[in-house]
Design a binder for this molecule. Structure first.
Ligand code: ZN
Length: 243
């Protein structure tokens, strides 16, 4: 069984389309949120995700911001400019899809959260310190998160309960049978680990494996559309650098 786990698409349809093609046939898609924000294609991305069969979809902080009356003060200037533009551009149907989405879901073996299980909309798991706290906020053996835009893995030792960051190589499946794990598939539409390729993961709930993946997409084409729309140039430049 193959489940495509993806997150932080951020209105980058070109990256999303490339990931869907690269993943091939899957049995389900689990999207960990932030469909919108930053990029040029908010409607196309929400429509594409909405149409996926066997979809579980979470709401990220950007999705919450565009689909509610939430003030945008917590976002930096450029992120806020994009969010205001997207609030105007998104169709009523797409906003209605985003609004009721949960930001945390508990399945039998996996907890899904956009940020962290302690603070699903806002907290970043970027280091062992935050990972250690996060392990106390879910009961399942596995927790999948997004939000940091960094493909990463943290393992809690079954005996000592110590937490170790684990470096997983793209394209290599990691067994999840030992210990408890927090896993981040990385970001489809705006990676921030200095690798501009779109990031995602394949999860096999029967074999209990996790395979992080990277795939190159046409970054220049997305940059060009961001420029033409007059959206902040920073959001175009960072795509080529992967930050
Ligand atoms: Zn994000």
């Amino acid at each position: 069984m193959r489940i495509l786990v993806l997150s932080d698409i951020h209105s980058n349809y070109t990256a999303l389309e490339t990931v869907l093609k690269d993943a091939g046939a899957v049995d389900a898609i689990w999207c960990l949120g932030d469909l919108v924000g930053y990029g040029p294609d908010p409607n196309l991305v929400v429509e594409t995700i909405r149409q996926q069969p066997s979809l579980l979809c979470l709401k990220g902080n950007h999705d919450a911001a565009v689909s509610s009356e939430m003030g945008l003060d917590t976002f930096n200037g450029d992120a806020r400019i994009s969010l205001l533009w997207q609030r105007r551009m998104l169709t009523a149907e797409n906003l209605e899809f985003l609004r009721p989405l949960p930001s945390l879901l508990k399945l039998e073996k996996v907890t899904l959260s956009h940020g962290s299980p302690r603070d699903p909309l806002w907290e970043y798991i970027l280091n062992t310190f935050t990972a250690r706290i996060s392990f106390e906020f879910f009961e399942t053996p596995l927790c999948f998160v997004g939000h940091s835009h960094i493909q990463s893995a943290y393992l809690q030792d079954p005996n000592t309960h110590s937490i170790t960051p684990v470096i997983l190589r793209p394209g290599q499946a990691q067994s999840l049978r030992e210990g408890r794990w927090i896993l981040n598939p990385g970001s489809v539409g705006q990676p921030r680990d200095r690798d501009p390729r779109a990031a995602y993961a394949l999860f096999d709930p029967e074999a209990l494996t996790w395979e992080p993946r990277r795939v190159a997409y046409d970054v220049a084409e997305v940059q060009e559309r961001i420029r033409k729309l007059g959206l902040p140039i920073k959001h175009a430049l960072r795509l080529a650098e992967g930050w």
